[in-house]
Design a protein around this ligand. Structure first.
Ligand SMILES: [Zn+2]
Length: 384
């Protein structure tokens, strides 16, 4: 079963429950049951709007180049206003209404409460399992909502059970459900206002996106990262600094970053990346390939010395691998964002060459076996 199948079932289930609850609510004159009916109706409408918005989000228009995602948010706001209005209306009934429960429908009400309780609790459990399978936060949220709805049905069951024993607590139980409706209304309203005012997504997601961007060996730093939500889509606006001599390849950097982010967050609709070269010379990072503390080639390296601005910062142990040693070494050098690699020879492996080229690592070939003297060669050039 696909994700949207769950939405369709949930829409019709809620609508069916709403009709039954409202029908029996009017017949029995129970305000509590009518309130539950209104609640189910609003749930069904909310799911319907969410479902429609999936289709609307595909449509783009010259006048709405960012898409029409916010229609979902506007629709949801109307639902919250409908909930407040309904809550007010029923609260007036609770305070001033003189209604008498029609006793012949008490068993009907009890039946509706029990059936609705079974359906909502059961669906909540099934949805929770599906949410875990699809790794879908939206399905999980729906499952949690269904659990709260199950509580509403439990209140209804309790209400008609006590009516069966001639105890009329309808107004009290109605108040409980009205409070639940007001809470739901505020929750929806708050969420929509946040989206409409372009509130950022949560900080955990921002940190995750930062990590993804920084994982690209060509990115030196992130100057700015703005993420906003529209409907259920996210828009990312980032300014990054990349290695200067790689500036002509900046398009490829932006494309790769966009792809990496979309892989983790499929709801990403657009990624804008502004890039600037990182020209500060103090940021020059040099990797020196060494074997027994002498400059070596890609094949025999045992230690990789990393220098920042000609000062040794850390040492990496070269990984041993008979076949792919050159490629692994090239990857490790690129991964720590080196600008240069000093070696006695270029790598023989084409893949290693390609990795270094892609990530803008310049190969400095030297005949100097002494590390310091080899570094001085680059230093001499970087002065002017
Ligand atoms: Zn609900």
């Amino acid at each position: 079963m696909k994700k949207y199948h769950w939405s369709i079932i949930s829409i019709f289930l809620m609508l069916l429950l709403a009709i039954i609850k409202l029908g029996v609510g009017f017949l029995s004159k129970s305000v509590a049951l009518k309130a539950e009916g209104i609640h189910s109706l609003s749930d069904s409408l909310a799911s319907f709007i969410g479902f429609i918005s999936i289709y609307m989000s595909e449509k783009k228009h010259e006048k709405f180049p960012y898409g029409l995602y916010k229609l979902e948010n506007i629709g949801a706001m109307f639902i919250s206003f409908f909930l407040f209005f309904a809550a007010y209306d029923m609260f007036m009934d609770v305070l001033f209404g003189h209604y008498k429960i029609d006793r012949q429908y008490i068993s009907w009400g009890l039946g509706v409460g029990i059936i609705s309780m079974l359906i909502t609790f059961g669906f909540s459990v099934l949805e929770r399992i599906a949410a875990k399978k699809h790794n879908s936060p939206a399905l999980m949220a729906d499952s949690e909502h269904m659990l709260v709805d199950g509580f509403g049905s439990f209140v209804i069951t309790l209400n008609f059970l006590s009516l069966e024993f001639n105890i009329n607590l309808d107004k009290i139980f109605a108040s409980v459900i009205i409070l639940l409706i007001i809470y739901t209304g505020f929750h929806i309203l708050k969420e929509q206002i946040f989206v409409i005012l372009d509130a950022s997504v949560d900080s955990k997601m921002i940190e995750h996106i930062k990590d993804i961007i920084m994982q690209d060996p060509r990115v030196k730093s992130i100057k700015r990262l703005l993420v906003r939500k529209s409907g259920d889509k996210i828009f990312i606006d980032a300014a990054i600094s990349i290695k200067s001599h790689n500036f002509n390849q900046s398009h490829a950097v932006a494309d790769d970053i966009e792809e990496a982010i979309t892989r983790v967050f499929p709801q990403t609709e657009m990624v804008f990346i502004h890039y600037e070269p990182d020209e500060s010379p103090e940021n020059t990072r040099i990797a020196v390939l060494t074997f027994q503390d002498e400059v070596s080639d890609f094949k025999n390296v045992d230690m990789i010395h990393i220098y920042d601005n000609f000062v040794l910062t850390f040492v990496l142990k070269a990984k041993d691998d008979k076949e792919k040693k050159e490629d692994i070494t090239a990857t490790d050098i690129a991964q720590v964002k080196s600008d240069f690699v000093i070696a006695t020879n270029h790598p023989k492996s084409n893949r290693a060459k390609w990795i270094l080229h892609k990530y803008g690592v310049f190969i400095w070939e030297t005949e100097n076996k002494d590390i310091q003297k080899a570094l001085d060669e680059i230093k001499a050039f970087s002065k002017d």
